[in-house]
Design a protein around this ligand. Sequence first.
Ligand code: CA
Length: 508
Amino acid sequence: MTMVRTLPCLLLLVSGFAQAAPKQPNILFIFTDDHAPHAIGAYGSKLIQTPHLDRIANEGMTFERCYVTNSICAPSRAVILSGRHSFHNGQMTNGDVFDGSQVTFPKLLRKVGYETALIGKWHLKSDPTGFDRYEVLYGQGSYYNPRMKKDGKEVKHVGYTTDIITDLSLKWLKQERDPEKPFMLMSQHKAPHGKWEPALRHLGALDDVEIPEPKTLFDDYAGRTSSAREHRMGILEHLGDGRLMLNYSSKFTPEQFKVFDGYFRPRNEAFLAKRDSMSKQELTRWHYQRWIRNYLLCTRAVDENVGRLLQYLDESGLAENTVVIYSSDQGFYLGDHGWFDKRWMYELSYRMPLLVRWPGKIAPKSKNRDLTSNLDFAQTFLDLAGAKAGPKMQGVSLIPLLKGEKQTDWRRSLYYHYHEGGGHGVARHEGVKTHRHKLIHFFDKGEWELFDLKKDPDEMKSVYGNPDYAKVQTRLLRELERLKKEYDVPAFVYGSHKEIQAQKKKGR
Ligand code: CA
């Protein structure tokens, strides 16, 4: 009698337990380099269609106000791994070497049972740590026939790098990982970073399309301090022959070269024959069309490869329990303000794309407008896995936002600090952004800018010192100081390069 009564109870307990135990979701982090939100359909791009990236947005959430803490490649990656600002994780500029002994989110994921892999672009100089498996490009990598470092050994590949990184990612997912464990895969592309060499299959694909020019292509930088004028990232003046594909970066195979050069050479010869007779305005326009087409085609290859990964998740049945994240290390100027490149705290290089799909948890077609940051990624991934954040991490988990839970006390400002002075003529600066305003301090030059993003979304006229904005200015100056305290910004970061290096050495 007792047996009869206990058995169903036990069964109930067992099945109840199975339901209650949350299955740790897999994490697929697809990451690119220099992909501006305004070159993604889901962000309203007028330049290109990205159906596969848009699918992530349609089935998940688009973060419309995600910002980088320091708008440049290697530092952004280090912030994502460590969940700490550049001045604490040590990767302040592209020139620094990442300290791989520090706590990173992949290391903490392994502790809670995840298998972790990194495939593609790494760009942090030291060897990757915290991964069961890695295969990474050396440095910036090349668009064709990349050399890669696989668990310490060099491997050579033949083909288009964006496709190869996806091939290797799929191979790991299908054949190499342990299917008993939850996985975290970072599939990271060189594209669409310069120098922009499209895939052979895409050559000429945009030739019949006149890409719309940004309205600020001929910006004269009046209305801002001297900093913007001193740039060296001009579409007209600084792209140079290599970035315009008048010469090529990759080492092609003879077969690839025949197709690639066969496309570009006659077009280059026609341009060079008339270059000297073109006006500055004509040249700017030609440079823009030539360059943006190649940038967009590199992006098209990314989008197609995102589609391949999504298709595999569908076919394998993994889609349901896999969180897919798409992001890029910062935004980029696509001729906006007459520029290419990044670094500035101005919106278009400051904002980064962030699309997240999490079936059953994120409502389809969600949009989030809270102030979020790459500083939050590490803690979000750890939270997904049910792991604790590292004790020194400085971000906030985005899980409540993903679940659409209304937040009343979410952050209302962000701190920014660009450390790498000089590159492309961009002076070091720090600043604070709120939903409506932005204060920038070019501290080496003693120059300040203040923008009202509601009235002046293109940031054409600084209102710093304008009496109408006296209150806003005071409030933001105070907020900047508060954030510096909150994030514990050390005084040495305002010193010379030499002083900073000395201090960093001392710190170790
Ligand atoms: Ca980048």
